[in-house]
Design a protein around this ligand. Structure first.
Ligand code: IPT
Length: 948
């Protein structure tokens, strides 16, 4: 059998060992290589390994890279399905094969003797030659391989050749939900290995929270000396346990001690974090404390380079996580570039380090011949686990090992767990696919509903082993498109039940690929089978701009919670370890969104898990609607945010808006040719629709229930999706029948029935218009006629404004968008934005940009003229330069083209978002059931701005 289809782990590599750098010479071999892509192994040039082979005519390719992102072949996206026949371990003969060649000269001072060639990642299979001699074959794309090359190295003119195959037997083990991309995508390094150097080591650093003592002991094959200057440790024989008082490491206080391991031949800098992970009392603990994992699933993605992620990008991820209160990462679904884990150590993130294993595509085939249980894959499975653990064993941030993802269950998985438990008893084993929890140490689920989590929290499980384990959601809150909705309900459960220890949002970043004009997703590269935009399901847009979902998540998981309390202001500390000692508390009083006063709030230090109440500061009197915003900010800069960065905030109502007596009604309605005139308004006499106000031409408002469906609306969770029910009911194509236009006296009453074609049900919508000095009042009464067979996407009005009304200002919820089940992150204030700036550029266009809890909103032209809307109760609005129908039709952001109008929706209600794209739908309390509804608002033309 060809090495390509050999289900074994590869050949020729030295045993796996820890990732580290030392003072021994090393030579990065990243850079410009020669490259040639052949359509198959058979078509590839036979003699590339020959150092004399002439590659002058080949292309150049950067290494690391993925060749499909450099004009060779195309990316392809599938979620679950293998893009080739499931015929294990065979792969297509048309197997794109990329030959990579590099000529290199080690520096003059390069020592003779042993040397290793290290590949941090080759996708999916590489055969390697140095100076014409084969070194071996590597599989396990997201894992390192090292080859002994000392005897082969020449002082100059070395020729390194790597033949990479897109498909190999290893592909069966790498069916993660991501782009299929190929190449040498992580670093290549030549490492001198001095005789008597430190081949491998394991710094075991524990912390005893009962004594405050740390213990450090280094496992190595050689005699090594340990120095830790900050602890006064000098010249200590590293293998001998050393017990001493230390500050522990945690994600909140990632105290690392710089140290050195040395032999006469080599010095290795190490950073030691003392911490002890345990499972006790059915809880996952570190240093004796229960953790609450506020986590995300992180794939490695860059919109231009794919899984080639620079250390700058890895740092950007870590900083964004820390600034958004994220405290944990699951490295879905493979070990990340090692640099990322060093950053997790340094900045403080709890990590589930996951093995590069997923065989999801066997699922649709009933898991028949699944590699998790077939003997022929046993070595490969174990090899991947070993390489994961050996590489990352020195990282204090890694607190759980994960066997992989979506690989069903079987002996090979059980054996991986057994090996881990034996090799590293200090870290529990995670694997979601072991549903019986027979070989894992934590119970893990994905996308469990709040109801299921509640049952797990109550420990009502019949399976005793599972019942008594700590529980976490390795995936939940699918962040596809607009969403996730319903985060708050999960937080409540995590806080209610000690064994429910949080989870990891799916997922961190949209894997959109930058192409001119937009980000591409599955199907955009002509794939035969693909899963469309299911790869666009992150909290970050592909360019790492936070989406509203991340803002919401940051607020829901904030470690300090500030709320109103009978005694004044309540401050609750939700950190796992830290007190509030590092925070300042400030307050800001705003009247109708305008700052009136501010100050510092004296809050005594609150310990982890505690809360305190402090009296309100003395506040100046206000007459308009006023809110007190209290913020907890970093008192001094940290490594991840400047001083003043807000980690938590709360708003307290101080004074309500004064009751405004309704202005005297000014009638009557006049009839002219084809028109009805009422106050500043002009109406179409036949349809009763407002056509102008104060001289500005308008159209509407009219009743409107449609929204451009979100990915979650289209998800089925289970049962037919909300969107399909809406479409079947015809809610996207409602027709308006005018029953009566009654224009007698001071009121204009327009009675209508709004209903879809082919259906018997409808909604009566009565519009009652009156005029007052300066504007119009509209009352809308909506009454369902017959049973409406679905929920409503929204309930409100739509109207068209002149396109010049391009600036919005409002008093209400902001600054960002919100929906009923995703509205924790908005505060009440006064906000302004251009209409263009109100849009959230979801990679796959869909409903977005809804502002909620709005008291008033204005839309103005550059000259200050425009329209102001005041609700008699809070309303929501969107304003966009295209219709909901155009938004629904668009497949990429650049298909949205601004028209000549601003389309404004004014809503009393929206259906929630939920996470039905993968997971539970909209919870009952956030569903918009059609019912009789009345609401009223005023419309006024303005000149010189909207605020009054
Ligand atoms: C789950 C996968 O583990 C994850 O990789 C991703 O594909 C996610 O779904 C959806 O985006 S598995 C699914 C069957 C719940």
């Amino acid at each position: 059998m060809s090495y390509v289809e050999d289900p074994g782990p590869g050949r020729g590599a030295v045993p796996p060992r820890a990732a580290f750098t030392s003072d021994a010479p090393s030579l990065p071999l990243n850079g410009t290589w020669r490259f040639r892509l052949s359509p198959s192994l058979a078509a590839a040039p036979p003699d590339v390994a020959d150092p004399e082979f002439d590659d002058a005519a080949w292309d150049e390719l950067p290494v690391p890279s993925l060749w499909q992102l450099h004009g060779h072949g195309e990316p392809a996206y599938t979620n679950v399905h293998y893009p080739f026949p499931v015929d294990p371990p065979h792969v297509p003969s048309d197997n794109p094969t990329g030959d990579h060649r590099l000529r290199f000269d080690p520096p003059h001072a390069w020592p003779a003797g042993p040397a290793l060639l290290r590949f941090d990642g080759i996708d999916s299979c590489g055969r390697i030659w140095l100076n014409g001699t084969e070194l071996g074959v590597t599989k396990g794309s997201r894992l390192p391989s090292e080859f002994e090359v000392g005897p082969l190295l020449r002082p100059s003119g070395n020729v390194l050749v790597v033949r990479v195959h897109q498909w190999s037997a290893g592909s069966y083990l790498e069916d993660q939900d991501m782009w299929w991309l190929s190449g040498i995508f992580r670093a290549v390094t030549l490492l001198s290995r001095p005789p008597g150097g430190i081949g491998d080591f394991w710094v075991r650093a524990d912390y005893d929270h009962t004594t405050g003592l740390g213990t450090v002991r280094v496992e190595t094959a050689t005699d090594v000396v340990l120095d830790i200057p900050a602890l006064g440790v000098a010249g200590h024989p590293a293998a001998e346990p050393l017990e001493l008082p230390v500050e522990p490491w945690s994600a909140e206080s990632p105290r690392l001690y710089a140290g050195t391991l040395s032999t006469v031949a080599e010095r290795v800098p190490v950073r030691i974090g003392f911490r002890t992970v345990s499972v006790e009392d059915g809880q996952l603990k570190v240093n004796g404390r229960r953790l609450l994992l506020r986590g995300v699933n992180r794939h490695e993605h860059d919109p231009r380079t794919g899984r080639v992620v620079s250390s700058e990008t890895a740092l950007a991820d870590v900083l964004l996580m820390k600034r958004h209160n994220v405290n944990a990462v699951r490295t879905s679904h493979y070990p990340p570039d090692p640099a990322f884990l060093e950053l997790c150590d340094e900045y403080g993130l709890w990590v589930i380090d996951e093995c590069d294993l997923e065989t999801h595509g066997f699922g649709p085939l009933g898991w028949d011949r699944n590699p998790g249980s077939e003997p022929m894959w046993a070595d490969a499975c174990l090899d991947r686990m070993r390489r994961t653990v050996e590489r990352d064993k020195n990282r204090p941030s890694v607190i759980l090992w994960s066997l992989g993802n979506e690989s069903h269950t079987g002996d090979n998985l059980a054996r991986m767990a057994e090996w881990v438990r034996h090799r590293d008893p200090t870290r529990p084993v995670h694997y979601e696919g072991d549903h019986e929890c027979s070989y894992v140490d934590v119970h893990s689920r994905m996308y469990a509903t709040p109801g299921e989590v509640d049952r797990i929290g109550r420990r009502e499980d019949d399976n005793e082993r599972r019942r008594d384990l700590p529980f976490l959601l390795c995936e939940y809150a699918h962040a596809m498109g607009n969403g996730p909705g319903g985060l708050l309900e999960y937080r409540e459960l995590f806080e209610k039940y000690p064994n429910c220890q949080g989870g990891f949002v799916w997922e961190w970043i949209d894997h959109g690929i930058a192409v001119p004009g937009h980000f591409a997703y599955g199907g955009d590269f002509g794939e035969l089978i693909h899963d469309g935009n299911f790869v666009i399901d992150g909290l970050l847009f592909p360019d790492r701009t936070p989406s509203p979902g991340l803002t919401e998540f940051a607020k829901v998981i904030e470690p300090v919670r500030i709320s109103a309390d009978p005694a004044g202001i309540r401050v609750a500390n939700h950190y796992d370890f830290a007190s509030t000692g590092h925070l300042d508390f400030t307050w800001l009083l705003e009247e109708e969104g305008t700052a009136v006063a501010q100050g510092v709030l004296a809050v005594p230090t609150v310990l982890s898990g505690q809360m305190t109440s402090v009296p309100l500061p003395s506040l100046p009197a206000t007459s308009g609607e006023s809110w007190l915003t209290v913020s907890a900010t970093l008192a001094s800069a940290t490594t991840w945010a400047p001083a003043g960065h807000v980690v938590g905030w709360g708003q307290l109502p101080v004074s309500a808006a004064p009751a405004r007596p309704a202005p005297p009604v000014r009638g009557p309605v006049f009839r002219t040719a084809g028109q009805l005139l009422l106050g500043a308004g002009e109406f179409d006499a036949v349809t009763g629709v407002l056509t102008a106000l104060g001289g500005h031409s308008l159209h509407g408002p009219r009743l409107d229930v449609w929204r451009a469906t979100t990915d979650n609306d289209r998800g089925s969770a289970p049962g037919p999706s909300e969107a399909s029910q809406w479409l079947e009911a015809g809610l996207h194509r409602m027709q308006h029948r005018v029953i009566e236009v009654d224009a007698d006296g001071d009121e204009l009453v327009v009675r209508t029935r709004v209903a879809p074609p082919a259906q018997a049900f409808g909604l009566f919508a009565d519009y009652t218009w009156t005029a007052f000095d300066g504007g119009l009042r509209l009352r809308v009464d909506v009454t369902p006629d017959g049973p409406v067979p679905a929920t409503l996407p929204r309930l409100g009005l739509v109207m068209a404004l002149p396109g010049t009304f391009g600036s919005a200002e409002w008093f209400g919820g902001g600054p960002g968008e919100a929906y009923p089940d995703s509205c924790q992150a908005v505060r009440i204030g006064r906000f302004s934005s251009s209409v263009d700036g109100l849009q959230t550029p979801y990679v796959f266009p869909q409903e977005n940009g809804n502002r909620t809890a709005v008291r008033w909103a204005g839309f103005t032209a550059p000259d200050g003229t425009g329209l102001r809307v005041d609700g008699e109760r809070e309303f929501g609005f969107t304003a966009r330069r295209w219709t909901a129908a155009a938004l629904e039709a668009a497949r990429h952001t650049d298909e949205l083209v601004s028209g000549s109008l601003v389309h404004l929706t004014l809503d009393v209600a929206q259906h929630g978002l939920g996470t039905a794209a993968c997971g539970p739908g909209v919870l009952p309390r956030y569903r918009l059931e059609p019912r009789k509804t009345s609401f009223a608002l005023t419309l006024r033309p303005v000149a010189g701005g909207v605020a009054n």
